[in-house]
Design a protein around this ligand. Structure first.
Ligand SMILES: Cc1cc2nc3c(=O)[nH]c(=O)nc-3n(C[C@H](O)[C@H](O)[C@H](O)COP(=O)(O)O)c2cc1C
Length: 151
């Protein structure tokens, strides 16, 4: 019987969406896994519902200015993903989060994924920059499947 995986993500300018699309193609080519993807940005009126899981979350970082050390740790635009995970105890079926961002932001690179890890108590599984490279797809895909198989 194939395993099920829910990929819950938010993508505002398409980078994360592109990564998830390539990740799903990779996983389907290498593993027997039944994957559902949910882009929180495409849900109407910030709708929430219980997700069966296991869930892995993907979250790009959007912060309001600052340097991520003394200032600039205020999340903007991606909050609906946090609301979705908090609703219906979805976070309790999430076994990890993958952060993304732009390395030009230095200390703020992928900061919001680390904040979600602290808030919800699941680990940061990995990180990638912008749309990610095929190496990132393979490394992260294999990491997700290794974790999934141990649940
Ligand atoms: C207003 C704004 C703020 C951003 N802040 C950060 C940041 O603090 N840290 C970071 O790593 N990337 C930051 N980014 C880069 C995005 O996380 C990056 O472009 C990401 O790939 C966007 O994903 P998406 O296209 O799926 O929405 C920011 C981008 C914008 C437009």
């Amino acid at each position: 019987m194939s395993q099920h995986l829910d990929i819950v993500y938010i993508s505002l300018t398409g980078n994360t969406k592109s990564f998830v699309k390539r990740l799903v193609a990779y996983l389907n080519s290498q593993y027997t896994v039944d994957i559902t993807t949910i882009n929180i940005k495409e849900l109407t009126n910030h709708e929430t519902f219980p997700v069966q899981g296991p869930i892995v979350a993907f979250l790009p970082t959007y912060l309001e200015g600052g340097n991520g050390v003394n200032t600039g740790d205020v999340e903007i635009l991606t909050n609906p993903l946090g609301d979705f995970l908090a609703s219906h105890d979805n976070y309790s079926r999430c076994f990890g989060i993958v952060g993304s961002g732009n390395r030009n932001f230095n200390h703020q690179f992928c900061l919001t994924a680390r904040q979600y890890s602290q808030r919800f108590g699941f680990p940061v599984l990995d990180e990638f920059e912008l749309r990610g490279l095929q190496d990132d797809v393979i490394r992260i895909g294999d990491n997700i499947m290794a974790k999934l198989e141990k649940l």
